[in-house]
Ligand binder design. Structure first.
Ligand code: PLP
Length: 401
């Protein structure tokens, strides 16, 4: 069966170059980076090379990078590591569960948390962040790009607010990394999270940027690895893979892509311009082919690979399953909680009615996505939505009346 994968915000395939870079570190060069012999030295050199590549991706110094087991652990370290009982924390209603549930746990532990709402396009207003500040505010945690809609948040402005108020600023940049340029200096954040498997490195790898001079409380105790910020023997092949993926992501963001005839727009914005053009072609064609359909977050700045559709009169879950049966992998933002399918908290926070939030799906492109993949999606999405509507009693009733 012909299969197309357009769920790259869930995870991305490891690129062949990344896999090749990792291979020797499973086989011949398997040392423990803490050992003093030849094997250990080789491993240490590889870890430090990867650290420099990851640092370069976010415009940081190598010593400011702490390797973790992924985005979730980095979010936990970047938040728990900076606050204590009695502190006030500001976050948003659209964060990933890795941040939301960390903040909810902080509430249970005696912290106060303000969850900032978003507007209809899924954007946090920096003015709301400013007015939520209290004398005991210790940390602001606002994501750089949302995983469901791709909407980019005004993190530079929020960083300036945090700096002025002398409050820590953490940003979850998991869905921004490799898609848009990240500059930890411009964002002026104290901690910043990235995850390997969203940038074509293996699952179970990630990193936290910790600004020089920021004292972070480790969340895992043991040896003195990672400058005493995260104990545990380094995941050598994984870290090498993350380093290679970061190197490739940086090149990709800077690469001149085929210029659009008569303009040099694509050339200016690098490989991401081509990806955005593919995403927009998919989005526009699907929306034009169907009535009662639209895009969540449209009009807001978005990462180039993500679009989030709503198709009234259908269930997003049913559509994901029907598309999978045709060979197209996408996702719905819905989560299963206590046996019931709950609509996405992100779409509800944007003010979508429950029914429309449940009728939404996320489509996310990757570096491996081709124009032929987009052609396939353009063919199967409208025909599948059409078929589901035909068999939907609610839709029939509406079209008859
Ligand atoms: N933050 C965001 C915005 C994410 O999209 C994800 C993963 O989906 C995470 C954090 C968690 O990262 P990981 O899967 O590496 O733990």
């Amino acid at each position: 069966m012909h299969r197309v994968y357009l769920d790259n915000n869930a995870t991305t395939p490891v690129l062949p170059e990344v896999f090749e870079a990792m291979r020797p570190y499973y086989l011949e060069q398997f040392g423990n980076a803490s050992s003093i012999h030849h094997y250990g030295q080789h491993a240490r050199a590889a870890v430090e090379k990867a650290r420099a590549s990851v640092a370069a991706l976010v415009n940081a110094r190598p010593a400011e990078i702490v390797f973790t087991s992924g985005g979730t652990e980095a979010d936990n370290l970047g938040i728990f590591g900076l606050v204590q009982r009695g502190d006030h924390i500001i976050t948003s209603t659209i964060e990933h569960s890795a941040v939301l549930n960390t903040c909810k746990r902080l509430e249970q532990m005696g912290c106060e948390v303000t969850f900032i709402p978003v507007n209809g396009r899924g954007e946090v207003d920096p003015a709301d962040v400013r007015s939520a500040l209290r004398p005991n505010t210790r940390l602001i945690s606002i994501m750089m790009a949302n995983n469901e809609t791709g909407v980019i948040q005004p993190v530079e402005e929020i960083g300036r607010i945090a700096q002025k108020a002398d409050v820590f600023f953490h940003t979850d940049a998991v869905q921004a990394a490799g898609k848009v340029v990240i500059d930890a200096q411009k964002i002026a954040c104290d901690t910043l999270t990235i995850s390997g498997h969203k940038i074509h490195a293996p699952q179970g790898t990630g990193a936290l940027f910790v600004r020089k001079g920021t004292l972070i409380q480790p969340q895992i105790y043991g040896g003195s690895h990672e400058r005493q910020r995260r104990a545990g023997t380094e995941n050598l092949p994984g870290i090498v893979g993350l380093g290679k993926a970061a190197e490739l992501a940086k090149l990709w963001l800077a690469s001149p892509s085929a210029p659009t005839p008569g303009t040099d727009r694509a050339r200016e914005s690098g490989g991401s311009a081509e990806m955005a053009a593919m995403r927009d072609r998919l989005q526009d064609t699907v929306i034009n082919a169907l009535e009662d359909a639209g895009v969540n977050g449209l009009g807001a700045p978005r990462v180039p690979n993500t679009t989030n559709f709503w198709f009234d009169h259908i269930e997003g879950e049913a559509l994901v399953i029907a598309l999978d049966l045709k060979g197209l992998a996408v996702s719905s933002g819905a989560a299963c909680s206590s046996g019931a399918i709950e609509p996405s908290h992100v779409l509800l926070a944007m003010g979508l009615p429950h029914q429309r939030a449940r009728a939404s799906i996320r489509v996310s492109l990757g570096k491996q996505t081709t124009q032929a993949d987009i052609d396939f999606a353009i063919k199967v999405i409208p025909e599948t939505v059409g078929r589901l509507r035909e068999i939907s009693p609610a839709y029939q009733k509406q079209t008859v009346s």
